[in-house]
Ligand binder design. Structure first.
Ligand code: NAD
Length: 274
């Protein structure tokens, strides 16, 4: 029930009907007797400037989750950014401070890492392959760098994106080994699909099927795609005996990070509390 006293958070993007955050947060708020609610906002790009001004003046709004396509455009309009949001040039969450200042962070990578920990994965000293160097791939790579991974190999059809991300990682983590060539998967402890390949009913694989034959059974294989839950990549990895991490597990692990940054949930949200 939204009352006069209810404090709000929002999620902004376009389109917005497909997002799961409103039902996840509103269920958590209701189950935990919080006088809070999340609103979905499908925003026109032309209204971005006015939207940011409104957020500054919106006194019963605690914060806003940001999704595609506004993660980059909003980062450049806020009053402060975390170090990682600044390095990545993108935000997926905004907190409204009491004085109206808007501060942004990007917790896509923290959510991903939280999910890997539930699979017993420890990044320190390990080797990862990241397929897809866009917004999410960059956030995941940065979080792995922060967690002390030894080596990251980047793959994307856009060599420009590989170059930009390699530079961001090189500046932030001087000891990190960064590569972009690989002929086999057997050296990797973690393989991540951070591209949209495999979404829907396409049946597509983000790496050639022949290369998947070189996966070793100890490698954690993760996908960011949420629909289908078991993507063609995860299906193949499972057949090879690898542990797998779904896009839904990453999204769920992110909830606490988003909520904690806005100050409306604890960092850890357990599935039984939803
Ligand atoms: P983006 O457009 O910023 O980046 C996608 C990247 O994938 C691009 O650099 C593109 O060149 C690359 N790519 C396309 N085809 C490729 C291929 N065959 N091999 C390698 N790279 C390829 O998009 P984004 O914001 O990074 O989102 C990527 C995916 O992540 C989307 O499907 C989105 O729905 C999903 N996502 C999941 C979560 C989650 O919590 N599970 C969170 C955010 C986004």
């Amino acid at each position: 029930m939204i009352r006069g006293s209810t404090e709000l958070v929002a999620i902004v993007g376009s389109p917005i009907a497909q997002v799961k955050s409103p039902e996840n947060f509103n269920t958590w708020f209701a189950n935990n007797a919080r006088d809070l609610a999340m609103l979905p906002i499908d925003l026109q790009e032309a209204a971005l400037g006015a939207f940011v001004d409104n957020l500054r003046g919106w006194r019963n709004l605690r914060g806003c989750v940001v999704t595609v396509p506004y993660k980059q455009a909003l980062a450049s309009r806020l009053d402060g950014l975390s170090e990682r949001a600044q390095a990545l040039g993108s935000v997926n969450v905004i907190r409204r401070e009491g004085d109206g200042r808007l501060v942004g962070d990007n917790v896509d990578g923290a959510g991903f890492l939280g999910a890997t920990r539930q699979h017993g994965f420890v990044a320190t000293g390990k080797r990862a392959l990241i397929v897809g160097c866009g917004g999410v791939g960059s956030a995941i790579a940065y979080a792995l760098g922060e967690a002390g991974i030894a080596s990251i190999t980047l793959s994307d059809p856009s060599s420009e994106r590989v170059g930009v991300l390699g530079e961001v990682l090189g500046n932030a983590f001087p000891k990190l080994e960064i590569a972009s060539l690989f002929g086999s998967l057997d050296a990797f402890d973690l393989v991540v699909n951070a591209s949209p390949v495999g979404m829907g009913h396409s049946g597509e694989l983000p790496v050639p099927a022949t290369l998947l034959e070189t996966l070793k059974a100890a490698t954690l294989v993760a996908d960011v795609v949420t629909s289908p839950e078991i993507t063609p990549l995860l299906q193949k990895a499972r057949e090879r005996g690898c542990p797998i991490q779904t896009g839904a597990q990453m999204a769920f692990a992110q909830l606490g990070h988003l909520g904690a940054f806005m100050g409306v949930t604890p960092l850890e949200i357990c599935s039984h509390e939803r």
